[in-house]
Design a binder for this molecule. Structure first.
Ligand SMILES: [Zn+2]
Length: 188
């Protein structure tokens, strides 16, 4: 089983290979091993969001933590390397969006692994026919409570709107509300 330092070194080399930039050396990288949970993830400790165009790294967090579960550590070497590659791609793309997938496919990096939830938990609101991410969280609980807060806000607006109205008026308001109500979901 590789040591923490060996894993970080391998991760750095993979990241340099993908992004072809020495700025990777400037990132302060920490390592965390977890029992259970998701296989592997990258936590961006700095506020600056990752941003890339194609395989050019435009912006990447100055500090990050590579989180690996025991389960991942016990994977065959080849699979483990694939996981590291996937995580290294997250230095430029925080989510599994179209750009992430395009580069991943080009480089032969898997997009999903079972038990992997490293793209974060996205709170999404339906916009037209598609769901759009409004906020991303590290844990499912945080994402759920945020989604609930949005939903509660909508309900309280509705309650305010029907206050003091006749039942017919309230019914009309209720119909409009049902149509206009924002559809919220948590995706990962
Ligand atoms: Zn990912």
């Amino acid at each position: 089983m590789p040591s923490d330092q060996e894993i970080l070194k391998q991760f750095k080399n993979i990241a340099k290979d993908i992004w072809k930039t020495p700025t990777i050396d400037n990132i302060k990288m920490d390592f965390e091993c977890r029992k259970g949970g998701c296989l592997m993830s990258v936590r961006h400790n700095a506020r600056a969001k990752a941003y890339a165009i194609g395989n050019t790294l435009v912006r990447t967090p100055s500090e990050m933590t590579l989180i690996i579960s025991d389960e991942a550590r016990n994977l065959p070497k080849k699979q483990f390397t694939q996981l590291l590659k996937h995580e290294a791609l997250h230095l430029g793309y925080q989510r599994h969006d179209a750009d992430f997938r395009r580069i991943a496919n080009k480089l032969g990096i898997p997009i999903t692994f079972s038990l992997l939830n490293d793209g974060g938990y996205n709170v999404q609101i339906k916009d037209g026919t598609r769901y759009k991410t409004v906020e991303t969280f590290q844990t499912l609980n945080e994402a759920r409570s945020y989604a609930e807060r949005i939903a509660h806000k909508d309900v309280s607006l509705y309650r305010k709107a029907i206050k003091g109205k006749t039942s017919k008026e309230a019914r009309d308001i209720s119909e409009t509300y049902k149509k206009k109500r924002r559809k919220i979901r948590v995706s990962y």
